[in-house]
Design a protein around this ligand. Structure first.
Ligand code: C2E
Ligand code: MG
Ligand code: MG
Ligand code: MG
Length: 283
């Protein structure tokens, strides 16, 4: 089948293209429906103070369990939701749900912080700061209990716009973290000017079972950079005790990973934290 594209242009419409387009359309429809039907859930993964072992916060991670598709990874549906714009509604749902949950947990764990992932499209939405402000008012969470995670690539693709959006969040008093740090191409001059509080070092740097001296040197350099800029550091993807010790010795503030705790359903979180004293965020 042939399809015309612009004046005098004929493009062959490959059957395979058709199948892909159809699959994407269906996925998009299913995503919209999933939000209405309440098929999204949040799991929470602890952030641990590496020197004291205390849980100081949890990261909310969205999950989609669909009767037909089974479990779909956020790595697959979040990009789709960003493309179609559904991420605005989904992101607002995540923000409010995680905020409510954190406020409930803080009644027994007063210092517990909550990290929420935010997509680029949400950040530049003129409504976003107001959404965060409303969530804080509704849940009565103190702003310093909330950390918004934005990826390095989002912040660096248009740093000037990002800086302006981040200022509004800074005015609200919430913290901002640069997620997957080290995988994008941060301009050091912009990094210095970004109003952020935390660098979350991508797990790529410790993903090898035996991190090389070069891997460790990169992490050490990021930790030193963070110290100079007075930013907190978090390392993701800690899967072994050796990695945990290495990261603690390098002076990384917080850690996250399967070895410390897997993402858990909210009803299991308090039990998985054990009876340790309520945590406080490292400065
Ligand atoms: P992320 O924000 O970097 O989240 C960390 C990911 O690493 C999570 O994957 C987590 O389950 C996984 N992880 C944690 N510890 C380990 C470990 O020790 N080893 C390994 N191999 N992986 C570990 P998940 O939950 O599949 O999420 C993937 C990505 O999807 C997230 O990466 C984030 O970019 C995005 N995402 C998840 N929830 C949301 C959300 O609510 N909003 C937005 N915009 N994006 C989200
Ligand atoms: Mg994250
Ligand atoms: Mg991350
Ligand atoms: Mg990552």
């Amino acid at each position: 089948r042939a399809k015309t594209e612009g004046p005098g242009k004929v493009v062959l419409f490959e059957p395979q293209m058709h199948a892909e387009a159809l699959a994407r359309l269906t996925l998009n429809g299913d995503l919209q429906r999933a939000l209405t039907l309440g098929e999204f859930r949040l799991q929470y993964q602890p952030l641990i103070d590496l020197s004291s072992g205390e849980t100081v916060g949890v990261e909310a991670l969205v999950r989609w369990q669909n009767p037909d598709r089974g479990y779909v990874s956020p790595a697959d549906f979040v990009p789709m939701a960003e493309e179609t714009g559904l991420i605005s509604d989904l992101g607002r749902w995540v923000l409010n749900t995680a905020g409510r949950q954190a406020a409930a947990w803080r009644r027994t764990r007063p210092g517990l912080g909550i990290n929420v992932n935010v997509s680029g499209r949400q950040l530049t939405d003129p409504q976003f700061a107001a959404d965060v402000e409303r969530m804080l008012a509704d849940t009565r969470l103190p702003p310093e209990a909330v950390t918004l995670e934005l990826t390095e690539s989002v912040l660096m693709s248009d740093p000037k716009t990002a800086i302006a959006c981040l200022r509004d969040l800074q005015d609200l008093g919430v913290d901002v973290s640069i997620d997957d740090f080290g995988t994008g191409y941060s301009s050091l001059s912009y990094l210095q000017r970004l109003p952020v509080d935390e660098l979350k070092i991508d797990r790529a740097f410790i993903s090898r079972e035996n991190p090389t001296t070069a891997d460790l040197a990169v992490i050490r350099t990021i930790v030193e950079l963070a110290r100079t800029l007075r930013l907190r550091t978090v390392i993701e993807g800690i899967e072994t005790e050796a990695q945990r010790n290495a990261m603690r010795l390098l002076g990384c503030d917080l850690g996250q990973g399967y070895h410390l705790c897997r993402p858990v359903h909210p009803e299991n979180l308090l039990a998985s934290l054990g009876t340790a004293e309520p945590g406080r965020r490292a400065a």
